[in-house]
Design a protein around this ligand. Sequence first.
Ligand code: UDP
Length: 322
Amino acid sequence: MILITGGAGYIGSHTNKLLNSEGYETVVVDNLVKGYESFVKWGSFENCDFGSSKLRDVFEKYDIEGVIHFAAFSSVAESVEIPQKYFKNNYKNTLNLLKIMREFNVDKFIFSSTASVYGIPEKVPITEDQLLKPINPYGHSKWITEKALEREAEKGDFNYVSLRYFNAAGCDFDCEIGELHDPETHLIPLVLDAAIGNRESVSIFGTDYNTPDGTCIRDYIHVNDLASAHIEAYKYLCEENKSNVFNLGNGEGYSVREVIDMCKKVTEKDFKVEITDRREGDPDILIADSSKIRNELGWQPEYDLETIVKSAWMWHQKINSI
Ligand code: UDP
């Protein structure tokens, strides 16, 4: 059985669905601070904080063979405001999880890392061997956790795969689960909120970046492509006795303006777009070089930006019609 922390959240719930559809047994551990119980439609569920000693009971109860660790706080802006919250949950609590895994001889671990570990990249597309220089506490908390994993693996009887996500986007095509953050800070759901009429306008955070249209460029990857990468990573851990780190992106960049235009095209709605100041800590361009995961795990992303936006729009319409 695979234990999924944060399996009631956005990426965790999509991965849980895919794992179950491929015949894996799962148990979701989530404290429902950010997640939704209604998103746990597959496998077992334990309402538990992964940083608490109660987690030991979950390991007692189930026959856990591996852990996929999504649970974390992930707002860059909040991490700048309250750094200790991020270091405690994302780093220290992960040490609790690792300690309990050791007690129960569970040796396979998949970690949700982030492109934020690179900070301002030296060159794009970004390869995994670039220097890690996070520029905010969120990225820093993930980076030191990667370091802890590296040391843990050096001790032996433990292997991990760290997946550095670029911009997760899009939703389940059946609309059973989707993206639902409170507060929402991500570009695509905010733009769709304007398209549906819940907000008057969309803000572009800065048009003076060093990019062709002056707005930031990001690499958007469909959440189901992220989910399938976790399955490939799990198979890798079962077959190979080693650890690894992979970027997880489409390898294509889109500017904020291009994303807004795509949302207008897909939704066939027009809405006001305002230009505001830059948001703190946004690098000009983040695009993954994902050739390593393509070559070593045989993983391929399936979905382009248009499909990402279409799936997000279906979900957005569903949750706003209730
Ligand atoms: N962004 C924007 N307006 C918004 C939200 C985001 O211009 O209302 C920009 C943001 O500055 C970044 C890109 O859109 O360049 C993607 O931001 P998001 O928060 O979705 O993801 P991040 O790149 O921070 O993980």
